[in-house]
Design a protein around this ligand. Structure first.
Ligand code: NAD
Ligand code: GLY
Length: 366
């Protein structure tokens, strides 16, 4: 295994290009990593779990490059990814007389990253923001690529904007305090990059899964780096999801149906994606694209990562179909699935309802 512990990558998007720094202890180096990005004011947006853990050190470091540094801790959880939390950020920015040279720092997982990015896109029609992701999921996926959003009662991530950060700093040391269930959820998004883009990476994940689960820093550094490289490559070609970017949603169509069907928060997003990848692999096999052995391989990897491999018994195939028709990828009611066409290559397909129902049935614990 590559024992290198620090990596720097670039997301190439012309004038909106930015760097991703990956390594252990990087939050202490924030002033140097910011380079010329320092300025007048900074608002660190975190939550009541992560803020007390890492907020004081981040604020202290930022005080060496910003005139004024303020921190706000929002309530923790997907249920608070809403207008009320967003307005609390705006209230604080206005109360502190923050002008358009203010930089927002998202210190937390995907919920904080998505909300802070959206706040930055809106405040004074756009201020810079920096991602400081502290979950594995946010380090390998949500902090990169510029999708920002809040939830609406009628749909997850339905109100948002494409808005790229100035910089991403993924400090692997923050993963030491992450609950094991959240680590497994993040592994789902790591695993996803293998079948969709890099067969060798899937081999590597299989060989290093125990090290990843044990939070070995070199293994984590490689997993985050390779995941971000693949995501940066995809986003660099299709920033606004005109086509290719949709492959990043492998397992997500089935997964979103599980999340919505059970009620958000019952299963973690990554858990639903893990099970959704098994279903999407089964669909790929039933469409004649992949051998049955591939489905078994995916099932084993997902299970070893500590993720569910069978859908909840309470959800019928008809309910999945109903929920999947309102997915953002559905076109005029036709559900579009990310399928694996060859190991390391994904595509988009429709499928007959009966076949999808058979897939759900075959992957559900009854
Ligand atoms: P999260 O942000 O809710 O974090 C999970 C839990 O871990 C929270 O309770 C959080 O407070 C806690 N936590 C975070 N860092 C910690 C740390 N270092 N130590 C201890 N506890 C810590 O969940 P997530 O899985 O990071 O992100 C999920 C969100 O990301 C969803 O809202 C999803 O829609 C979004 N998402 C966005 C994209 C994108 O491209 N923008 C991609 C995937 C997911
Ligand atoms: N997580 C999917 C995307 O960023 O497009």
């Amino acid at each position: 295994m590559n024992r290198q512990l620090r990596h720097r990558l670039t997301v190439a998007l012309d004038e909106r290009s930015y760097d991703i720094h990956i390594g252990s202890g990087l939050l202490a180096d924030l002033p140097a990593l910011l380079g010329r990005a320092g300025g007048a004011d900074a608002l660190v947006v975190s939550n009541t779990t992560v803020g007390p853990l890492y907020g004081p050190a981040v604020v202290e470091r930022l005080q060496t490059v910003y005139r004024k540094v303020v921190r706000i801790d929002l309530p923790d959880g997907e249920a608070h990814k809403d207008w009320t939390s967003l307005n609390r950020v705006f209230d604080r920015l206005l109360a502190e007389s923050c002008d358009r040279r203010t930089t927002l720092f998202a210190l937390g997982g995907g919920v904080i990253g998505d909300m802070t990015g959206f706040a930055a896109a809106c405040y004074m029609r756009g201020v810079p923001f920096v991602q400081l992701p502290t979950t594995l999921l946010s380090q390998v996926d949500s902090s990169v690529g510029g999708k920002t959003a809040i939830n609406h009662p009628l749909g997850k991530n339905m109100i948002g904007a494409f808005y790229q950060p100035l910089l991403v700093v993924a400090d692997l040391a923050t993963l030491d305090t992450l609950p094991q269930r959240e680590l497994s959820a993040g592994l789902a998004e790591v695993i996803k990059y293998g079948p969709i883009a890099d067969a060798d990476f899937l081999d590597w994940i299989e060989a290093n899964l125990d090290a990843l689960l044990a939070r070995d820093k070199a293994a984590l550094a490689h997993a985050v780096k390779r995941s971000c490289e693949i995501k940066a490559w995809v986003v660099g070609q299709d920033e606004r999801e005109g086509g290719l970017r949709a492959i990043l949603n492998f397992g997500h169509t089935f997964g979103h149906a599980i999340e919505a069907g059970l009620g958000y928060g019952e299963w973690l997003h990554g858990e639903a994606v893990g099970c959704g990848m098994v279903m999407a692999s089964e669909l790929s096999a039933r469409l004649g694209l992949m051998p049955a052995a591939f489905v078994e391989r995916m099932r084993r990897i997902v299970e070893r990562a500590g993720l569910p491999v069978a859908g909840p018994a309470s959800l019928s195939p008809a309910r999945y179909l109903e929920l999947m028709r309102v997915d953002k990828k559905a076109e005029a009611g036709e559900i579009r699935f990310v399928v694996i066409e060859a190991l390391g290559r994904a595509g988009m397909r429709g499928a007959p309802d009966e076949l999808v129902a058979q897939v759900v049935e075959a992957c559900t614990a009854r």
